[in-house]
Every structure is written in structure tokens, then in C-alpha cells.
Write a protein that binds this ligand. Structure first.
Ligand SMILES: CC(=O)N[C@@H](CC(=O)O)C(=O)O
Ligand SMILES: [Zn+2]
Length: 315
């Protein structure tokens, strides 16, 4: 069998956007994007149109996650097709603008790739977030990034859960990529987190440049953590939390959690154990932004995805 048989030919990826400030208090992405708006030399690549962009400028100005509602949940068909009337929530209005500039979502006019830069207060290290297990371009790109980052690890979180998936800002693009780096407190810049994010972006852009130049990428596999379940804090009948993340779980993102392992410590000193039947890999443990979303951590399971060889389609 010829090695050419199983090569998938994909469209060139010419238009690439880098979003920072989708959440106005996640400082690494905001700072990098503002830096690249001032001087884009570092992110320029042959044959690529690259647009660094602050997605929620009013939230950035206030250094808060959002003004009226979470922008990274706002790209629903209902919001994007809502009539332009006065009195729309700020982020709904902004979602419609972003969809006009970088979309329309789901159309052939949409940007090829959007990298959306986020920070987490969780100890997740560097994480790429994918929304589809069948996007060969993204799978090959994260494979390339993981290899280039070694010996440093770069985890891949796959969120294609039918109920837990949300309508992200990056979902406007044909190939949406989230980049989540932590731990970094809200409103704070940490140089190590900033530099990791910058390095991952460099490798990502190198990959796209190589792909567009006609390089063929051989078949590969990618280790991912697939989103399974959202775990809430224990609460009283008024809805107030009654426990904290247990010290044995705190900062242990991506480490196996088994039935009977401690997960919460109540304010009166009682330990609550994990009751799920199977081993899971928790992540977003004690993320500050998720208290309002009733989420103490997310469980994931490990999976190995296979991707075909790819190269650019020649017209
Ligand atoms: C901490 C944080 O903001 N995380 C992002 C994850 C993502 O981009 O999918 C969010 O909840 O929107
Ligand atoms: Zn964020």
C-alpha cells in the first residue's frame, strides 16, 4: 500500500486569530495579545494572516471576568441570530460583533483558526482545549505542540460532552483551540505562565506555517482527557457551600482519583470521599471562576485518539 493512500488533504489555514481577554482578569493572554498588537514581528509567519485581538475589552478594562454574562458561553445560535436592538447584554452584543468579524460561525467565510488564551487558578499546567475528536488539523497540531514542548508536558482536554460543552468564543473558527495555562491567580501575571503560553503559541504558528508550505504530517495518536462530569461542592439547603476541596485533592489536577479517595473537607472537619466507580482524572480543581458555576472540579477519562496523515490540498 502506498503511503499516500491514507493522507487527508485539508484546506490551507491562512487566517488565524489570537484572542486574549475573553475573560478580563486572565492576565497572560491579555498581556501577550496587547504586546503583539504593538509589535507583531514574533507572531508573523510566511503566508499567514494573523490577527491578535482583545475579545472583551470592557471586561479587561475592569479586570473582571465579564460585564453582564460570560462571553465564553455566549456564542449560541440564539444569541448570534438575535436582532441588533438596544439593551442587549454587553457580551451578547460583543459575540455578535466577533461573529461578524471572524465568522460567521459554521460558514466557509469563518477564520481558519482561533487560539483563545486563558488562565486558570487550578494547577493544570499547560493545557490545550479541543472541542472535537475528529478535527484532524487540530489533532495533528496538538501532536506537534506536545512533541515540541517535551520534556515539558502539555495536556489536552477534550470537551465534546453533549451536555457540558459550551458555546465558546473560539467556536466561531473552523478550527477552535483553547489554551489554558495555570496556576495563576485572577488579575495577576506570573512570568512562568506567561512564557509557557508564549512558547506554545510559537509552536502552534510554526505548525500552521509548515502545513501551509505543503509538509505532510504522518499518522499520529494523541493522548487526551475527555470531559466526563462536573462535580459541585457539597451545599446546605440554602445553596451555600459546606466544604472545601480536600488538601489531598488540591493541586492534583490530572492525577488519578479512585473510589474512596478524599475529595472534600467540610468546615467542621469531616472528609468526603469520591464515590464514582471508575478511576477518573480530575481537572479545573478549585478554579476561582467556577464557584458561580457550581463546579468544584471536572472529571475526565483518558483516551487515545488516532489521526490520519494530513497535508494541504493543492488547488
Ligand atoms: C477558567 C476558564 O475561564 N476556563 C475556560 C475554559 C475554556 O476556555 O473552555 C472557560 O471556562 O471558559
Ligand atoms: Zn478564561
Amino acid at each position: 500500500m502506498s503511503s499516500r493512500t491514507n493522507v487527508s488533504c485539508l484546506h490551507e489555514a491562512k487566517r488565524v486569530a489570537i484572542f486574549g481577554g475573553t475573560h478580563g482578569n486572565e492576565m497572560s493572554g491579555i498581556t501577550l495579545v496587547n504586546m503583539w498588537i504593538q509589535n507583531s514581528a514574533e507572531i508573523e509567519r510566511n503566508g499567514l494572516l494573523i490577527k491578535p485581538f482583545i475579545s472583551n475589552p470592557r471586561a479587561v478594562e475592569k479586570c473582571s471576568r465579564y460585564i453582564d454574562t460570560d462571553l465564553n458561553r455566549a456564542f449560541t445560535p440564539e444569541n448570534l441570530s438575535a436582532p441588533d436592538v438596544e439593551g442587549l447584554l454587553y457580551e451578547v452584543q460583543r459575540a455578535k460583533e466577533i461573529n461578524r468579524m471572524f465568522g460567521p460561525k459554521g460558514s466557509s467565510d469563518a477564520y481558519d483558526v482561533i487560539f483563545d488564551l486563558h488562565n486558570t487558578t487550578s494547577n493544570m499546567g499547560s493545557t490545550l482545549i479541543l472541542e472535537s475528536s475528529t478535527d484532524l488539523f487540530n489533532l495533528q497540531m496538538v501532536h506537534y505542540i506536545k512533541k515540541a514542548m517535551a520534556p515539558h508536558t502539555c495536556s489536552v482536554l477534550l470537551n465534546e460532552h453533549p451536555q457540558l460543552k459550551y458555546s465558546t468564543t473560539r467556536s466561531v473558527a473552523k478550527h477552535p483551540v483553547g489554551l489554558e495555562v495555570g496556576p495563576q491567580p485572577q488579575g495577576v501575571l506570573r512570568s512562568n505562565v506567561f512564557e509557557s503560553m508564549r512558547t506554545i503559541l510559537k509552536h502552534a504558528l510554526d505548525f500552521i506555517e509548515l502545513f501551509n508550505s505543503g509538509v505532510e504530517f504522518p499518522p499520529c495518536t494523541v493522548d487526551v482527557f475527555r470531559v466526563q462530569e462536573r462535580m459541585d461542592y457539597p451545599r446546605d439547603t440554602n445553596g451555600n457551600i459546606t466544604a472545601m476541596v480536600h488538601p489531598h485533592l488540591q493541586d492534583c489536577d490530572w492525577e488519578p482519583l479512585n473510589r474512596g479517595d478524599p475529595v472534600f473537607l467540610t468546615f467542621d472537619g469531616r472528609t468526603i470521599l469520591y464515590e464514582g466507580a471508575n478511576t477518573v482524572y480530575p481537572t479545573f480543581i478549585n478554579e476561582a471562576a467556577y464557584y458561580e458555576k457550581q463546579q468544584a472540579f471536572t472529571t475526565t477519562c483518558r483516551e487515545i485518539l488516532a489521526a490520519n496523515a494530513i497535508r494541504k490540498a493543492f488547488k
